[in-house]
Design a protein around this ligand. Structure first.
Ligand SMILES: Nc1ncnc2c1ncn2[C@@H]1O[C@H](COP(=O)(O)OP(=O)(O)O)[C@@H](O)[C@H]1O
Ligand SMILES: [Mg+2]
Length: 259
C-alpha cells in the first residue's frame, strides 16, 4: 500500500521529469490512485501535467519552509486518479533556508506520512543534484528508480549516485531500496544505444527494467501542451512504452505474474 518511488539521477536531461510525468499518468490510467510530487525548482513535472507552476498558492516550498500542511498544497484530480503536489522556482531557495533547521532531512517525509494511505503510488521527481531536496525525496521514498540516457557517458556519475543512495539508507532511511534502472531515449537506428545498454548491463549490479523507452519526438512535444503522453498521443511508441513501464512497476511492487 502506498508505494513511494523517487525518480533520481543527478545528471540533467536524462529523462527524470519525462519518466515522472508519464509513469504517474500511466499508473493513473491503469486505475491506480497516484500522487505526483515535484521536488525540482524547475517545475517541469508540474507544468508537464498541465498545472501552471507560477499561479500556485501553495507548493512543496510551503511544506518545507512555511510549515504548511500537505493537504493544503495538493491539487486534486488534475487528471483522473492523479493528484499533484506542485513546485516552482521559489523552491530553489529552500536549500539555503533549511540550513540549521532540525530534522530538515525528514520534512517532506513527515508530511507525506499523513496522506500516504490515500494513494497506491506516490512518484517524486528529483532535481538534477544530490542536494537536500533530493535527500528529502530519498528519506520519503520506499525505492529509487534511476533513468539512464542511452548515450556515451551513461555510466558516468552512477557510482556517485549509488554511493549517495547507500549513505541515505545507512543513516536516514534503512528500508530504502533500489527499484532499478530504466533506459531512456533509446535510438534503434544507432549502434551506440545498443552498446550503452549492453555496457550498463554488464557493469551495473542493479535491477534493470525490461521496458526500454525509445527516443520519440511525441514525448518531447507533449509537455508544451501540458499533457502526459497517453493523453497527448495515445498510440505513439512513447505512450506504449510508458504503459509497459507502468505495468512492470505494478508487477514489481504488487507481485503476481501475468506472463
Ligand atoms: N524518450 C524521449 N524521446 C525524446 N525526447 C525525450 C525523451 N525523454 C526525454 N526527452 C526530452 O529530453 C529532454 C530532457 O528530458 P527530461 O525528462 O526533462 O530530463 P531530466 O528531468 O532528467 O532533466 C526534454 O526536452 C525531454 O522532452
Ligand atoms: Mg527534470
Amino acid at each position: 500500500m502506498g508505494r513511494i518511488i523517487a525518480i533520481a539521477n543527478q545528471k540533467g536531461g536524462v529523462g527524470k521529469s519525462t519518466t515522472s510525468i508519464n509513469l504517474s499518468a500511466c499508473l493513473a490510467e491503469a486505475g491506480k490512485k497516484v500522487l505526483a510530487i515535484d521536488m525540482d525548482p524547475q517545475g517541469n513535472m508540474t507544468s508537464g501535467l498541465g498545472v501552471d507552476k507560477n499561479e500556485q498558492e501553495a507548493t512543496v516550498y510551503d511544506i518545507l519552509i512555511r510549515e504548511k500542511g500537505i493537504n493544503e498544497c495538493i491539487l486534486k484530480e488534475v487528471i483522473e486518479n492523479l493528484d499533484v503536489l506542485p513546485s516552482n522556482m521559489e523552491l530553489a531557495g529552500a536549500e539555503i533556508e533549511l540550513i540549521g533547521v532540525d530534522e530538515k532531512e525528514y520534512t517532506l517525509r513527515n508530511e507525506v506520512e499523513k496522506i500516504k494511505k490515500n494513494y497506491d503510488y506516490i512518484i517524486i521527481d528529483c532535481p538534477p543534484s544530490l542536494s537536500i531536496l533530493t535527500v528529502n525525496a530519498m528519506t520519503t521514498a520506499d525505492s529509487i528508480l534511476v533513468p539512464i540516457q542511452c548515450e556515451y557517458y551513461a555510466l558516468e556519475g552512477l557510482s556517485q549516485l549509488v554511493y549517495t543512495i547507500n549513505l541515505v539508507k545507512e543513516r536516514l532511511n534503512p528500508t530504502l531500496i533500489m527499484e532499478g534502472v530504466v533506459f531512456t531515449m533509446y535510438d534503434a537506428r544507432t549502434n551506440l544505444s545498443l552498446q550503452v545498454v549492453e555496457n550498463v548491463k554488464s557493469n551495473l549490479d542493479q535491477n534493470i527494467y525490461k521496458t526500454i523507452i525509445p527516443r520519440n519526438v511525441r514525448l518531447a512535444e507533449a509537455p508544451s501542451h501540458g499533457l502526459p503522453i497517453n493523453l497527448y498521443d495515445s498510440k505513439s511508441s512513447g505512450a506504449q512504452s510508458y504503459r509497459f513501464l507502468a505495468e512492470e512497476v505494478i508487477r514489481n511492487c504488487e507481485g503476481g505474474d501475468d506472463e
